[in-house]
Design a protein. Structure first.
Length: 328
């Protein structure tokens, strides 16, 4: 029996309860992992509230790091005792141990700790596909301007560093001067405090009136219209989250009026749908983290039993960097 977080109905943080349940043995294509650390992400809130539907009762969480305890038939890339890390797959990482499909599970290099591994995978793989697998029509090149919202968050701080590594001029927005300073310290070329400044006007000022090639937007409703106004002709709006609520309906003619711009709604789980893609993306991420070029900032640590507070802080935008759950 292991402790695990379960929801029997959707709602606020209070619907998450600790229960004891058996783990069982892995079936074909599965592994059993004993967690050492667990990642917390805003997408977990979407499943908890029902914005992303799931069959109830359900576990929560899609990111963790630990050690393989058992391997099912047909799994050839992992063995018992391997240090591993994963993001994606079925909900259920908020637990001491779990059985899950081996598809998205990767070996964790010895140079990377369990806590860093748990914090980096979902956010780091998100940063990887945004910067490497979602190019605008005219491509991305050193010196190009891009706009990133929530630049001091978990994905944001990774993207600030990685964009600098690629030579991009990243403009980051955040909700306080302190968060803007944190984003700059991690590689943002420019920052905008959206609570005191009109970010669209500042973007045009920073770019000499041209606008940016790409906007990376995980905020959604509150930033949508102004974000579109930041794009240069043929620019790309990459929507990858809805922290402030779903994006309102819009007509395709509006995209023409704003300069023949492109819009895409991305999700990590499409990018890691195959073993080959998952491993290639993970190798890229582990390389920049192990080298020290990209540092993973773990700013919040909570024991598993305090998961409700972790979610409250996340939804209140009180967090910076990454949040993890620890296991005694």
């Amino acid at each position: 029996m292991v402790r695990t977080i379960e929801i029997r109905q959707t709602g606020g943080p209070e619907v998450m309860q600790i229960v004891d349940r058996p783990v069982g043995e892995p079936g074909p294509g599965e592994v059993r992992i004993r967690h050492h650390a667990i990642g917390v992400n805003f997408v977990d809130v979407y499943f908890r509230t029902g914005l992303y539907p799931s069959k109830l009762p359900s576990g929560l969480g899609a990111e963790g790091a630990g050690v393989v305890e058992a391997v099912g038939s047909g799994v050839t890339h992992l063995t018992v005792g391997d240090r591993v890390v994963y993001a994606g797959g079925l909900q259920g990482s908020y637990s001491e141990a779990r059985v899950m499909p081996a598809l998205t599970v990767c070996r964790l290099p010895g140079a990377i700790t369990f806590e860093t591994g748990a914090a980096m995978m979902l956010k780091g793989l998100t940063a990887q596909y945004l910067l490497k697998r979602c190019p605008p029509a005219e491509g991305l090149h050193a010196g190009d301007f891009v706009l990133l919202h929530a630049a001091a968050g978990g994905v944001g701080l990774i993207m600030c560093q990685w964009a600098r590594l690629l030579g991009l001029q990243l403009i980051g927005t955040a909700g306080s001067d302190a968060k803007c300073e944190l984003a700059r310290a991690n590689g943002a070329a420019h920052t905008i405090n959206y609570s005191t400044e009109d970010f669209a006007a500042r973007v045009k000022e920073i770019t000499g009136g041209r606008g940016v090639k790409v906007v990376y937007d995980s905020v959604g409703k509150d930033t949508w219209e102004s974000s579109l106004n930041c794009l240069r002709p043929f620019g790309l709006m990459v929507s990858f989250g809805s922290a402030s609520g779903p994006v309102p309906p819009f007509t395709p003619a509006m995209l023409a009026a704003k300069g023949s711009i492109y819009v895409t709604r991305q999700t990590l789980f499409t990018h890691i749908a195959t073993r080959e893609a998952t491993q290639a993306m993970a190798d890229d991420l582990c390389s920049v983290v192990a080298s020290g070029d990209v540092k993973i900032h773990i700013a919040q640590r909570h024991p598993l039993a305090d998961v409700q507070q972790a979610h409250r802080d996340l939804e209140a935008r009180k967090t910076t960097g990454c949040t993890i759950l620890t296991l005694a």
